[in-house]
Every structure is written in C-alpha cells, then in structure tokens.
Design a protein around this ligand. Structure first.
Ligand SMILES: *Cc1c(COP(=O)(O)O)cnc(C)c1O
Length: 678
C-alpha cells in the first residue's frame, strides 16, 4: 500500500512544530489512520523521544531520528563540531522503513526551510529528496504575517507544494487582534489553505488533544489522498483494474481519483463523505436530482416484478407503457419507438433505418448521409461516421463509412465583417444549394437541433433549425434529430425541436430519458418510416437490428417514473425562473478577461476561455485550461467537466437557485485562480 508523507516545517525555530506534529498525528490516529513520525535531523532537545512517548510508537528511536547532534545549534554546525557528518544513507534507510510501515508519515524538519544541514544541503533540499508536500507551522502574534509569507514564497520557489498552513498558539491567554486576524491575512496574501489554529495545550494526553483539536484542525485538507482505508483500497484497485473513458490513463494514474459512493439531490458524495455539487448532471443525464424518491421506488418495485425479459419475440409491461408515453410527449409526427441502450446506438439505429427505408421502398440511389461540421453523435463506428470533431474522430477515419459533411460555423469565431445571425444563414443557403443538386442521392441528414453540445455548446441562431427542416422536406431527405443531449427539458422545452415547431422523421433520445438512472435509449420514427419496413416476411425488408437488453424493464420503469415527475411536479413550468437566474448570473463571467463567450440555452451553458479576448485566440489545447479549471473547482465542492476550452454548466433541472449561485461563484473563483496562476 502506498503511504503518504508530509513534511512539517516552521516559519522559524520554536514555533511549535513538534507540538503541531503531535496534534496532527494524534488526530490522524484517532481517525484510525496508521500514522508515524520521522525526525531525520535533530540538534539538542528530545523532540523525537517526546513524540515516540506521547504517540506510543514502537519504532526504534534511531529510526525515528537517525541523525542526532547534542548541541542545540544549526545542524551544519552542530554536526561539524561533533565530527559526525550527517548520514544521508541512514536517513534514506529510516525514511523508507517508516514510509513502508505507516499510511501517513509526518516528517519534522529542524528549524525553518533555509537551515543548512551541511555545506551542500538545506532543509528544503531534504524535502525535495523525500518528494513530499509541505505543511507550514506558524506562530500566532505580531510578525507572523511576514514570517509566514516569506516561508510560503520560499517553499514555492523551491518548487514544492504547500498542503496548508497551521497556526500555533504558543502562549496561554486570550487572543489579541494580531492573533485573531493572522490566519485570515496569511490565507489571503499567501493564497494558502488554513488547516486551523492549534490552541495552547497544557495537557498533552491524547484524549485531551482530541477534545481540544478535533474539528478545529482540518485533517481532510492535510491529507491529499483519501484518509479512509476503504477509499485507499478502491483507489488502488481503480488504478490497477479500471480503464476510464475519454481519459489519458497516464494522467489518471498520477492523480487521486474521486470515488463517488452516494448521491442526494444536486450533490455527489465521495467515499470520504465529501459533498460536491453535480454541475454537469453526471455527464448530462441527471434530471430530477439524485435519489429521487419516486424513481427509486419505481425501480425497486420493478425489481420485485421483473428485471429483464427480451423484446425479441416478447414484450414487457414497462416497455409498452413507456413507448405510449414517449409518443404522447414527442414532437408531432412521431409514432413508433425502437429501444436501445445508449445514445450512440440510437443514432446508429436511426441511420440504418433511414438508409434501409429508401432501399426498402425501391429508391436505392438515395444512400447519402449528411451531417454537420462540429457534430457529435456518439462513439460507436456508425455514430463516429457522422461525427465532425477531428480530435475524437480522425484516428478512426479508415474504419468509418463515407458521409457528406456540410460546413457550419461555430457561431463565435466569425470572419471579419460577418455578423450573426446572417452568417449562419449563408451556410444554410449553401446547404440548400447542395441539397438541390444532390437530393436524389441523399437518404438523411442527422443534426443536433440548436445546441451542438460536445463541440462546446455551440448554439444556433433562431430560425436555422426550421430552415433545415424546410430543406429536408422540400428535397425529400429524412431529418434525424439527435436529441440525446437536448431532450427531456435541458433547453427549457421538453425537446429542442419544440423551440421551432420542428417535426423530425426520426428522433434519437438517451441521456436524460431515465432521469439519469439507467442506460436506455430510444429511436422514435414517423409512421412513414415505419411503414417502409412493413412487408411480407419473405421480402426480407425487416429491420434487422436489436440489442440483448432492448427495452429493459428496469430502465423503462425508471423512464416512466421520470416522466411522471415531470408532470406531477410541473418541472418545466418551474424551470423558467431558474433559467432566467442562471442567465443573469452567467453575465458576471464577462468580468473575467479570459472569458471570451458565454452561451446558454435553457439549462445548458458553456463558458469559453480565450487567450486573447479581442482576437478570440483560443488557449492552446496542450495547456488544458479547461481541465485545470475543473480540477480547481473541485476544491470548492463542485464537479464540472470541460469540453476543451469550454467550461460546461449543465446541472440537474432540479437544482435550486442557491445551488446555481454556489456553482457559479465557485466556477468564477476557479477560473480566476487558474488564469492568474498560469
Ligand atoms: C452523448 C451524446 C451521444 C452519445 O450517447 P452515448 O449514450 O454516450 O452513446 C450522442 N449524441 C449526442 C448529441 C450526445 O450528446
């Protein structure tokens, strides 16, 4: 098991490093964490023996403190005068031994960072040798700000990371103004986290330390990696066995994974009990919040009746009931439901249907599938074929089937002199010209109506979608609307097509369909498309497609329950004020120079970061600015996931205004911190 070591250094000598180490170790032990201490170099005094005794450690004193000099002087001098050089090999051996033994090892320095150990080595070099993060101990009182900030600067200059700063009340009595205000001032000027202030302790028995310090000192902050043994085990197994999607595993292995164990409402809760606002609805799926009683109940009840039975040759109750409900709420003109279990499949099914439809009815030359630039329809090869995002799709170029990609602008970066929305319509005009010339070879066009999500929340100007529908109608090309992301209320209407009263021939649904509970997808079709498959058995015009779990009853039960919540709780009506609120507060992001554009439709929003606002020059993707911001925002208890340089905001529809505010404030601070720091 990999343990972690933390180096405890002081802003000066006699600031109470040893007391602080004792307090931290006592608190960690109290939480069931196997904690040891290490004092590599000691000159005079009995710090190591003191810690060994109070913490009841069974290690040899020579292991806890391998290098000892009698005189209370700076180590470089004390060891020289004693004519025993500091034995680095012994330090390394002892360190390894203790590190292997304990889950957490607290290493106490001698004096401050710039104390020479010998003529080649300072304490800060020793810290680098151990490759640990640093906790700085500072004494409360006049002078603390200066001493603390000097040390903070020095730690950073040495390329070391600060876990936090801890203050020590070294004298009894009431705290005066400096004592009361030191921590806040140092946190603000030094941009470091505060672990708390150790009160003046007369009694050093562990029970009284726990009594005085538990809850006063933040040991969560102290431990970068999880303190909970269960978390540690899961972390190790995760790294050993799990391959994460869309993830460079090399980066993953160097980070501490966040392992989610529970969720309630808008919050995810990790294995250590920390709560995080779910700012992207668990990847755009959650609708009514986590642990929604009505859906929980429906799934549990369904488990008691039937968990799975096939739709190949049989039917099942929830699948039938859900199909009826979906058709009732879907845009007009749709009358049949074909189930699958993920968004990519729902699109792939739509494409196969559209293609076979024309074959079945004898228009065999209509085979072309049109899609747009910047489109994203999923990751299976069929859905990648209609994808327009180079980063995701180009490696697979030789595996995919040929399609027709129609150019479409990204709505933010327009050429000189071009204006929105006219510019977008120039593209629609070109699309129309293409259709006029080629419609006899075109089977279908697949689009993400109004919001191209994965491309970075590109939002079309009003009227574009309607024009696209008109073009498809005029030239008899089937319109496939992929509402995998936009469906189920996300844009402020149940379906994005409703904004422009568009009736696609085929509609793809997934993500939010079960309220974010279970994997389910549906491809809805018009009667006309469906009728194109209704022939004699012998004609072999059947739709030859089906997945093993098609129409799974548990998934369908969750979806029915989710739709019931929409009705019973008037979700869409209640959404309007939240959308307004979100929109109003998103404006503050324009105060940040690094924010180029803020886009929003309903509860889907994107904040695009730019290296230069005037030229709209993007951050180089290698800078991972989005990733960094989303990592930073976690520290404020919010989970987000970026799309390149775009920070996506897509909370559950059930989020409250107060939670929206919390999420946006945290995002704002995170952008500030990362951009200032870069
Ligand atoms: C997420 C998404 C998909 C793919 O859905 P999966 O369930 O991940 O396969 C397809 N289309 C759009 C628009 C999406 O946002």
């Amino acid at each position: 098991m990999k343990s972690q070591s933390i180096f405890i250094t002081g802003t000066d000598t006699d600031v109470g490093k040893t007391y602080t180490t004792l307090v931290l170790a006592s608190l960690l032990k109290h939480q069931g964490i196997h904690t040891g201490v290490f004092k590599p170099v000691q000159c005079g005094g009995d710090d190591a023996a003191f810690l060994k005794k109070h913490l009841e450690l069974d290690d040899d004193l020579r292991t806890i403190n391998p290098c000892f000099a009698r005189e209370p002087l700076s180590p470089h001098l004390a060891f020289e005068r004693q004519k025993t050089p500091v034995d680095l090999a012994a330090i390394d051996r002892a360190y390894e031994q203790l590190r292997d033994k304990y889950d957490v090892l607290l290493i106490e320095g001698a004096g401050g960072l710039m104390v020479p150990v010998n003529k080649d080595l300072m304490i800060c070099d020793l810290i680098r040798r151990f490759q640990t993060d640093v906790v700085i101990v500072s004494r409360l009182g006049l002078g603390a700000i200066n001493h603390s900030l000097l040390t903070i600067n020095q730690v950073r200059q040495a390329g070391l990371k600060i876990r936090g700063l801890i203050f020590n009340q070294t004298e009894p009595g009431r705290r005066g103004i400096p004592e009361q205000t030191n921590p806040e001032a140092v946190a603000a000027y030094g941009q470091v986290k505060q672990l708390g202030t150790v009160p003046y302790l007369k009694d050093l028995k562990s029970t009284s330390i726990i009594k005085r310090c538990d809850g006063v000192i933040d040991t969560h902050l102290l431990l970068k990696s999880p303190s909970n043994p269960n978390t540690r085990r899961l972390t190790e197994w995760d790294k050993q066995y799990v391959w994460h999607p869309f993830t460079q595993m090399r980066d993953w292995l160097t980070d501490e994974p966040l392992i989610i164990d529970q969720a309630r409402g808008s919050y995810l809760i990790d294995t250590d009990g920390r709560r995080y606002l779910d700012g992207v609805s668990s990847l755009w799926v959650n609708v009514h919040g986590h642990g929604k009683e009505h859906i929980d109940r429906a799934v549990k009840d369904q488990v008691d009746r039937l968990s799975h039975s096939t739709l190949l040759g049989l039917s099942n109750t929830p699948a039938v009931e859900l199909a009826k409900k979906l058709i009732e709420i879907a845009p007009s003109g749709l009358s049949k439901v074909f189930y699958s279990d993920n968004g990519s499949s729902s699109v792939e099914i739509a494409i196969k249907m559209a293609y076979q439809y024309w074959q079945n009815i004898g228009q065999t030359q209509k085979t072309g599938i049109v899609h747009l630039a910047n489109s994203y329809h999923g990751d299976t090869l069929g859905s990648v074929s209609v994808g327009g995002i180079d980063l995701f799709h180009k490696v697979y170029r030789n595996l995919i089937f040929p399609t027709i990609q129609i150019d479409f602008p990204d709505c933010y970066r327009l050429p000189e002199g071009k204006q929105y929305p006219d510019y977008a319509f120039e593209y629609v005009d070109r699309m129309e010209a293409y259709f006029r010339d080629h419609h006899q070879e075109l089977a279908a066009m697949v689009i993400e109506p109004i919001v191209q999500g994965a491309a970075g929340m590109i939002i079309w100007p009003g009227g574009v979608l309607k024009r696209m529908e008109d073009i498809c109608r005029r030239y008899d090309v089937l319109l496939i609307a992929d509402e995998v992301a936009t469906g189920f209320g996300r844009t402020g209407r149940m379906f994005a097509c409703e904004h422009e009263e568009v009736s696609p021939d085929i509609l793809c649904l997934a993500k939010g369909i079960t309220g974010g509970y279970l994997p389910l997808a549906a491809t809805l079709t018009s009667q006309r498309v469906y009728d194109g498959f209704v022939f004699d058995y012998a004609d072999q015009k059947t739709f030859f497609h089906g997945h093993t779990y098609t129409g799974n009853p548990l998934c369908c039960a969750a979806a029915i329950a989710s739709l019931e919540v929409f009705g019973k709780e008037r979700v869409m009506a209640k959404l309007a004020p939240k959308i307004k609120y979100l929109s109003k507060h998103l404006q503050m992001f324009y105060n940040l120079d690094s924010v180029g554009d803020v886009r929003q439709l309903g509860m889907m929003a994107g904040i695009e970061l730019v290296a230069d606002r005037a030229t709209r020059e993007p951050y180089p993707w290698t800078e991972k600015i989005g990733v960094k911001i989303c990592q930073e925002v976690r520290k404020h208890g919010v989970i987000l996931r970026p799309l390149g340089n775009v920070i996506v905001i897509m909370p559950p529809l059930s989020i409250t205004k107060a939670e929206i505010r919390t999420m946006l404030d945290a995002t704002y601070k995170a952008i500030q911190a990362v951009v200032q720091g870069s």
